[in-house]
Design a protein around this ligand. Structure first.
Ligand SMILES: [Zn+2]
Ligand SMILES: [Zn+2]
Ligand SMILES: [Zn+2]
Ligand SMILES: [Zn+2]
Length: 484
C-alpha cells in the first residue's frame, strides 16, 4: 500500500456536502467524443472502459428477470485515495431497457460494477489525471508507453461490451453476441455497408477523428495538454482530402451508429457536477433556485473534490448551509406543489419524504444525480428518499461480496434522468423508477485478478400516497411519473 496517500480526517468539517450531477449534451463538433483519457462521467451511449484490456461480457450483464442484455446507463469517475489501487475508480451502472422488469423486479433490473486502477498501470501515465503534470508528486518516466491499442479488448459495436465475435464477411465489426450482430445487420445499415468500405478510409478517418476516439482531446485547455498524448495524435487531415465516395461512406457510418443507438443504447450526455449550495436567503425565499455564484466551484466535479482531499487542501467552505432536510423534517404543515404553486397541506397522510424530496430537488430542478460520498469519512451519508415507504433497512444493504465489509451509500440516480432517456411514457413497458440508490464497498477493496467488483443498486419507487395526482410536482424540467 502506498504510504503517501495517508488520509487526513478533518474533524472540524460540518455537514457532508452533496455534489449534483447534470446531463449536458456532448458537443462532438466542438470537442470531439469523450475518451478514456478524459476519465469521463457520462450517461448513455457506449461505456468508456477505464481498463481497456479487460471488459465485461454480455453474459455478466443480463437482466435478472427477462434475461435480455442490459443497456449501459451511466458511469461516474470517482477516484479515491485508499487503497492505492483505487487511484482511478469508475462506477458503471447498467439496466434492463424494459420497464416491466423494473416494476416486477426493480433491483434485478440494475447492475453496478466498480473498476479500479492504481496510479501506476499499463494504460495511463501516472500524471494523466493531474491538472499540472509539472507539479505532480511523481517522476514521469520518459520511456513510459501505454499498452498499444491493438492489445485492447474488442468491444461490441452495439453495446460496447466485450466482443468475441466479428462479422465474418468484412471482419471489420465486432459483437458481444449473435443478437447484437443481427441487430446491427437489420436495424442499422451494416447490411448495405458490409464490405463496401473504400480503401485507405480507416487511416483518413482516424486522422479526422471520425473513427478513432483518441484523436481530439475533449478539454480545450491547451496549457494542461499532456505532451505525450499530443505526440501520439495522428496528423489532422482536412476533410476535403476525402473522395466523394469516401465522404459518402463516412456519412453513412455516422447514420449507422445513430440508428443502432436509437434502438439499443440510451442517448449520450456528459455528467457535469456542481456542489449543492443552499443558502439562508434561498430558504427564506421559499427554496427558490439559487446558483452557488462560484464559477470555479461549478466547474469542479466530485473528482476534483476528491483530488482536493487527496492533496489535503481544504477549501474555505463559506456559508454552505446544508441543513435543509432537518429544517424540512421540522416543518409542521408541508407544502404541496400543485402545478406551479405551493399549497399548505394540513392533512396527516402525507408522504413527508416525498415532499422533502420535491422541495430539495426544486432548488436545482435539472439535477439527475446526487453524489454523497464527497466527505464520506465523516459518517455514512444518507440518500434523499422519494417516499417514506420502501426505504432500505440496514439488512438490505448487503456487505461487499468481495471483502465482506460494509457498503455505504455513494450516489443516487434521480427520476429526472428519465427525461433525458427518450422514453415513450405512453408505452406500458416504459422504463420508470423513483430513485436508484447505489451503495459501494466502503474500503474500495481491491481483489487481485478481478477487474469488475459487484456493487449494489437499491431501487425505491414513489408511493401511491405521494403520487396521488395533486401531489405531483411538474414543471418544464421535472416530470415525475407515478409508479404504476
Ligand atoms: Zn429485463
Ligand atoms: Zn453487444
Ligand atoms: Zn460486415
Ligand atoms: Zn469490498
Amino acid at each position: 500500500m502506498d504510504k503517501d496517500h495517508t488520509m487526513e480526517i478533518d474533524h472540524d468539517n460540518q455537514e457532508p456536502a452533496v455534489m449534483l450531477g447534470f446531463a449536458e449534451p456532448i458537443d462532438l463538433e466542438e470537442n470531439g467524443p469523450l475518451t478514456a483519457q478524459d476519465f469521463p462521467s457520462k450517461i448513455g451511449g457506449l461505456p468508456i472502459w477505464l481498463n481497456p484490456e479487460h471488459i465485461p461480457e454480455s453474459k455478466d450483464l443480463t437482466c435478472g428477470l427477462c434475461k435480455q442484455p442490459m443497456a449501459f446507463l451511466l458511469q461516474l469517475y470517482s477516484p479515491e485515495d485508499h487503497p492505492a489501487e483505487a487511484f482511478h475508480r469508475m462506477i458503471y451502472v447498467f439496466c434492463c431497457k424494459t420497464g416491466t422488469c423494473h416494476r416486477l423486479a426493480p433491483s434485478d433490473s440494475f447492475k453496478v460494477f466498480r473498476s479500479q486502477l492504481g496510479r501506476f498501470n499499463p494504460y495511463y501515465s501516472p500524471t494523466a489525471n493531474d491538472d499540472d503534470p509539472e507539479e505532480a508528486d511523481v517522476e514521469e518516466d520518459p520511456n513510459w508507453k501505454p499498452l498499444e491499442s491493438s492489445k485492447h479488448a474488442k468491444t461490441c459495436f452495439v453495446c460496447g461490451l466485450n466482443a468475441p465475435k466479428k462479422c465474418s464477411k468484412c471482419r471489420e465489426f465486432f459483437y458481444c453476441s449473435e443478437d447484437h450482430q443481427m441487430l446491427h445487420w437489420t436495424k442499422g445499415l451494416h447490411k448495405t455497408l458490409c464490405g463496401k468500405k473504400p480503401l485507405n478510409l480507416d487511416t483518413k478517418l482516424a486522422s479526422l477523428s471520425l473513427l478513432e476516439k483518441d484523436v481530439k482531446k475533449h478539454h480545450g485547455d491547451d496549457e494542461n495538454e499532456d505532451e505525450d498524448e499530443e505526440m501520439e495524435q495522428p496528423q489532422i487531415a482536412p476533410e476535403d482530402e476525402l473522395t466523394k465516395e469516401e465522404k459518402e461512406y463516412a456519412g453513412r457510418l455516422k447514420i449507422d451508429f445513430r440508428l443502432v443507438e436509437r434502438v439499443a443504447r440510451f442517448p449520450e450526455f456528459e455528467v457535469i457536477s456542481e456542489e449543492e449550495v443552499v443558502d439562508e436567503k434561498a430558504k427564506e425565499d421559499g427554496y427558490d433556485h439559487e446558483s452557488s455564484g462560484d464559477e470555479q466551484e461549478a466547474e469542479d466535479g466530485w473528482e476534483e473534490k476528491l483530488k482536493a482531499r487527496r492533496k489535503k487542501k481544504t477549501k474555505g467552505s463559506g456559508n454552505k448551509d446544508d441543513d435543509v432536510s432537518d429544517d424540512l423534517k421540522g416543518a409542521t404543515n408541508a407544502l404541496v406543489p400543485v402545478g406551479d404553486e405551493l399549497y399548505e397541506n394540513t392533512q396527516t397522510d402525507i408522504d413527508r419524504a416525498f415532499l422533502t424530496f420535491q422541495k430539495r430537488i426544486a432548488l436545482f430542478p435539472d439535477q439527475v444525480l446526487r453524489y454523497a460520498r464527497v466527505e464520506y469519512e465523516l459518517e455514512n451519508p444518507e440518500p434523499l428518499y422519494v417516499s417514506d415507504i420502501g426505504t432500505p433497512k440496514p439488512e438490505d444493504i448487503l456487505p461487499c461480496p468481495h471483502c465482506h465489509k460494509e457498503r455505504s451509500f455513494e450516489f443516487q440516480i434521480l427520476p429526472q434522468l428519465l427525461n433525458y432517456m427518450a422514453i415513450d411514457h405512453s408505452r406500458a413497458d416504459a422504463l420508470d423508477f423513483g430513485t436508484v440508490l447505489v451503495y459501494s464497498c466502503k474500503d474500495n477493496c481491491h481483489v487481485k485478478g478481478k477487474h469488475y467488483l459487484d456493487e449494489l443498486a437499491i431501487v425505491q419507487q414513489f408511493s401511491e400516497d405521494g403520487m396521488q395526482g395533486k401531489n405531483m410536482y411538474t414543471s418544464d424540467n421535472v416530470a415525475v411519473s407515478p409508479a404504476k
